[in-house]
Design a binder for this molecule. Sequence first.
Ligand SMILES: Cc1cc2nc3c(=O)[nH]c(=O)nc-3n(C[C@H](O)[C@H](O)[C@H](O)COP(=O)(O)O)c2cc1C
Length: 185
Amino acid sequence: MDKQLLILGFAGSLRKGSYNKALLRAAAELLPDEARLEIFDLEGIPPFNQELESHMPEKVKEFKDRLRAADAVLIATPEHNYSVPGVLKNAIDWASRPYGDNSFEGKPAALMSASTGMLGGARAQYHLRQILVFLDMRPINRPEVFVTFAAQKIDEQGNLTDETTRKIIKQLLETLVVWTKRLKK
Ligand SMILES: Cc1cc2nc3c(=O)[nH]c(=O)nc-3n(C[C@H](O)[C@H](O)[C@H](O)COP(=O)(O)O)c2cc1C
C-alpha cells in the first residue's frame, strides 16, 4: 500500500466546545484509509507582528512545520461578522510569512464551516476562498460543506450526530484525497 497521505486540520475557533472543532473530530472518523488527519489547535498563536518575522514565536514555527509536512490541509471555520474569525486570519497571516516562505504554497485544501445560523458560515467560507487565492493554494470546489444550525447537529459531547452532514464530510474527504494524489503525479 502507498504511504498514507497526511492531512493537517485546524479550526478557526479556540472554544473547547467549538462546533468547528467537532467537524474536524468527525472528519478523523470519516477519512478514507489512504489518509490520516492530524489536528492542530491555534491556541497560543500571538497577534501578528511583522517585527517578529525574523524570530518567529515557537507556536508559529510549529504551525509552519506541521503545514510543510502535510500533503493537504483541512480548514473548519466559524463565521464571525460575515467573515473569517480574526483567530484564523491571524494564524494564516503568520504562516504565510516571511515573504518567500509561505507555508501554504501549492497545498491542496478542503473547507468546511459550521454556524449556529441558517447559512452555515457560507459568507466566511467564500472570504476564506479569496484568501486562499493569494496563498496560492489548491482548494477543491465541491462538495461545499456548510453546516447550518450546528447546535442541532452536534450533541453536548461534541459528536456530529447528523447523518447527512457526516455523509457530505465523507465525500469532501474522498474528493480531497483523489485531488491530492492527482496533484502529486
Ligand atoms: C463575534 C461573533 C460573530 C458572529 N458572527 C456570525 C455571523 O456573521 N454569522 C453566523 O452565522 N454566525 C455568527 N456567529 C455565531 C457563530 O456561528 C457561533 O458562535 C458558532 O458556534 C461559532 O463557531 P464555533 O462553535 O466553532 O466556535 C458569531 C459569533 C461570534 C462570537
